[in-house]
Design a binder for this molecule. Structure first.
Ligand code: ADP
Ligand code: ZN
Ligand code: ZN
Length: 798
């Protein structure tokens, strides 16, 4: 038997399968989709079997043998192998990258495979029984002779394949203290009167006989130290054991199952349309304002799919994977749901993935890569907030989850729902053309009015002498809410914006020595840092150029806003949510739940608070600067601004109390701002489409961004130049080739960056030309130290 193997060789990516001989003893096990170790050059590398065959065009006697099978059950099924081929063509990536992105990170590393007993020993054939007598599993190296027998038992279910990824998973253990149930025992203990700690703990025990409690919690509740706990354990009043810890047992155990809500008429209409197409490959665009009840429709359609015995994938942007969202899904589907979010360790993610592979769950809620959930009977795929750019992976393979979803829907004959309050222009244009079916929810589900939005002209404030970052209106509104004991969300639009240091005498801005970008001031560490290469240096007291002492910080980090806020509303309780305060695992949730419990008056944050917040007491949202995304040199700048303002506004007045929103701007007349004010999506769409048509951008044109990097400026410019010439000779005359030009950030980590853009409407030769370009790159440029990246349909061209 011969295996076609795609090998993982990073330095010299060779993008075709190689033939390897499968040794006799592995023949019974080998299947496509398994990982293998194979000799390559003079080392052993990881690879995937993509195909098995009997003959090779090469001399079979000279084929190298597969060294080792790394799996007992394929990690990729037939669908995935097919999808990888498609992804490779679509995104111009290497097949190995496509294959690797589909499996959990834990499986990209090495692990040991085992055969585990899954039934009483007697149920095994006599020949196998002795091998499982001493321990309930067989390591791979002990099993070689038994593969054929084991495989048969695996089909019967008496043996299951397992993997020991202990390096990554080291299951988290917690110390549990079990207090004795016997009151007599507790009463009968004498403790010295001066042993205050022990007395305290004994009293706690007497109040809680029979209780099991985590040691750390016991220490907190009883106010004692661990040695004290041990002293009573030694006297037989409690036992200590180690228990596997679940991620958040309190959260999960507290969730009660809840039924469906009675749909509103508008929801029902949308639901009916989807339900009628549950067994067809069809894409719906569900356009509903925030709070219009889209999520309820998702839940009920998923329910329908489960009733038909099928499975569902629900994708959400990472930042929407809030505990609130998780709870809603757990309430409805209980243990049937796996939730994949970035807070999980590689091992935990792998566990969730395994539940999917073993059909133990039927619904997956997760961010982008959850689109690869290995379900085999898929009945529905949902992308919530389909316009989010995080659905596109920004390094190779540069796939878009939406494209993958539609591909899978065709494979499984099931529908896709794209949901958004502010659909991407591409999707809305497709819906207009009838490629997608448009479903609309115009009103909020509980009929609350939309919040009133006021745009504040900051130029006017400046003219009146207000140099603070809070307009008079916004400051007054904040004070008013605080008096009424309502809550406020303040949003700092920080993308493309940071605090930098400028010399007022000579105009010098402190730059990273390795990158063409200014350094960012970090107050907590008193350092200037580069966000691209990690370089840092202490904050200077004099200008490094002219030695002037008149250097100062510009820009508005959240810390700075917090300080100013303290002047506007002294004594207000403020919670800050940004990359700094959410670095630790679970920090995000902690801040949100503290805010939800009313432990703060104001939540101040960046992008990450724009979504998912659903708290009834928020009645005011302030956007400190609407303009920062607007002036980015990117064709999506207006679209992003419109989306962001709409999302943020949606945080106010979600329950009984009416909400209002203040949007501060230096360009208040811009259509992205004025139209977001009243959530007039269609007029925005029309106007933005006209702009895109005029400038030749999507959805009118497709775009490809080709970027080069090299240590030497002339070299990189030369390669880009050569590429443009090559493309012009190959592509059709109607296709536009823009550039070459230096990238917006022209140097990162001492490498210069050049790019060119292809804009086309129809380009049948594109795939072929890209492959040729990669060939030139691989045979010539890569050896000279260049990198090339090709981004088909980039989300931005910065
Ligand atoms: P979206 O996903 O469009 O933002 P949600 O599904 O989260 O909207 O609904 C917004 C709010 O309205 C939620 O609090 C939800 O519980 C409530 N809601 C949704 N549908 C209904 C319904 N049919 N009846 C009553 N309340 C509903
Ligand atoms: Zn200076
Ligand atoms: Zn740098």
């Amino acid at each position: 038997m011969i295996a076609e193997v795609i090998v993982d060789v990073a330095a010299h990516p060779i993008d075709r399968p190689f033939d390897y001989a499968i040794p006799k003893h592995l023949e019974v096990l080998a299947e496509p989709g398994m990982r293998v170790k194979v000799p390559f050059g003079n080392r052993k590398v990881l690879g995937f079997i993509t195909h098995l065959k009997e003959t090779s065009e090469f001399d079979p006697a000279r084929l190298k043998p597969v060294h080792e099978l790394m799996d007992v059950v394929p990690v990729l099924n037939k669908e995935m192998l097919q999808m990888a081929k498609w992804m490779k063509e679509q995104t111009v990536c290497f097949e190995i990258d496509a294959l690797k992105v589909m499996i959990p990170a834990a499986l990209r590393a090495k692990y040991e495979k085992r055969f585990v007993l899954n039934a009483p020993l007697e149920e095994l054939p006599k020949l196998l029984q002795p091998h499982f007598k001493n321990k309930p599993f067989l390591r791979d190296q002990e099993a070689v002779e038994l593969y054929a027998l084991l495989k048969k038992e695996m089909a019967n279910g008496t043996i299951v394949a397992d993997t020991d990824i202990s390096q990554q998973t080291a299951v988290k253990k917690v110390k549990m203290v079990h207090i004795t149930e016997s009151l007599e025992k507790l009463e009968g203990v004498a403790v010295r009167a001066n042993a205050k700690q022990q007395l305290k703990l004994l009293a706690f025990f007497k109040n809680n006989p029979g209780r099991s409690i985590e040691a750390s919690q016991l220490q907190r509740e009883a106010g004692v130290t661990l040695p004290t706990v041990y002293s009573l354990v030694e006297r037989g009043l409690a036992e200590i054991s180690n228990m596997e810890s679940y991620r958040d047992p309190s959260l999960l155990s507290a969730i009660e199952k809840k039924g469906s809500l009675q749909l509103t008429d508008a929801q029902q209409t949308a639901f009916d349309a989807i339900e009628a197409s549950l067994n067809r490959a069809k894409t719906f665009l569900l356009h509903g304002i925030t709070g219009s009840g889209k999520t309820e429709i998702y839940l009920q359609t998923i329910d329908q799919v489960l009733k038909e015995g099928k499975e569902a994938i629900m994708l959400v942007p990472e930042i929407s994977l809030t505990p609130q969202m998780t709870v809603r899904f757990k309430e409805r589907f209980g243990d049937m749901v796996a939730v994949l979010h970035s807070g999980l360790s590689a091992g935990e993610k792998y566990d969730e993935w395994r539940k999917i592979q073993r059909h133990e769950v039927k619904v997956v809620v997760g961010a982008r890569s959850a689109i690869f959930a290995p379900f085999e009977n898929l009945g529905l795929i949902i992308l919530d907030e389909e316009h989010e750019s995080s659905y596109k992976q920004d390094d190779s393979p540069r796939y878009h989850a939406r494209d993958m979803a539609i591909w899978r829907s065709e494979y499984h004959n099931c529908p896709v729902i794209l949901g958004s309050a502010t659909p991407s222009l591409e999707s809305y244009a497709r819906a207009q053309k009838g490629v997608y079916e448009l479903l609309v929810l115009e009103h909020r589900a509980k009929n609350q009015p939309l919040p009133t939005v006021e745009i504040v002209d900051m130029r006017e404030e400046l003219r009146r002498g207000n140099r603070s970052m809070f307009s008079v209106q916004l400051a007054d509104a904040i004070r008013e809410r605080l008096e009424r004991k309502e809550q406020v969300v303040l949003f700092l639009n920080k993308r493309g914006y940071s605090s930098f240091v400028l010399c007022r005498d000579c105009g010098t801005v402190m730059q990273c020595p390795n990158c063409d970008i200014s350094l960012t001031y970090h107050r907590s560490s008193e350092l200037m840092k580069c966000h691209y290469c990690g370089y840092d240096e202490p904050v200077p007291h004099t200008c490094p150029e002219c030695t002037s002492e008149h250097i100062r910080f510009f820009g508005t980090g959240t810390q700075k806003v917090e300080e100013e806020l303290a002047k506007v509303v002294p004594g207000a309780r403020v919670l800050r949510m940004d990359v700094d305060t959410t670095r630790n695992k679970g920090a995000h949730e902690k801040i949100l739940s503290a805010f939800g419990e009313g432990k703060a008056d104001i939540l101040l944050g960046t992008q990450m608070i724009a979504k998912g917040l659903d708290f009834p007491n928020i009645t005011l949202v302030g956007v400190l600067s609407a303009d920062t995304t607007l002036h980015l040199p990117d064709f999506r700048a207006a679209e992003k601004t419109y989306q962001l303002l709409t999302q943020v506004s949606g945080r106010a007045g979600r329950d009984k109390l009416p909400g209002s929103v203040y949007v501060q701007s230096y360009t208040p007349e811009h259509y992205a701002i004025t139209l977001a004010k009243d959530q007039l999506y269609e007029p925005f769409y029309e106007q933005e489409m006209a702009m895109r048509r005029a400038s030749g951008y999507p959805p009118y044109y497709y775009v490809v961004n080709i970027q080069f990097t090299h240590e030497d400026l002339m070299t990189v410019a030369g390669y880009a130049e050569q590429t443009v010439r090559y493309l012009s000779g190959q592509l059709s005359p109607n296709t536009l080739i823009i550039g070459p030009s230096a990238s917006l950030i022209a140097r990162v980590n001492n490498r210069y960056r050049y790019q060119c853009l292809i804009k086309y409407k129809k380009e049948p030769k594109l795939a072929e030309v890209m492959q040729q370009l990669i060939k030139i790159y691989r045979t010539e440029w890569i050896k000279k130290g260049a990198t090339l990246s090709i981004d088909m349909n980039p989300t931005s061209v910065m």
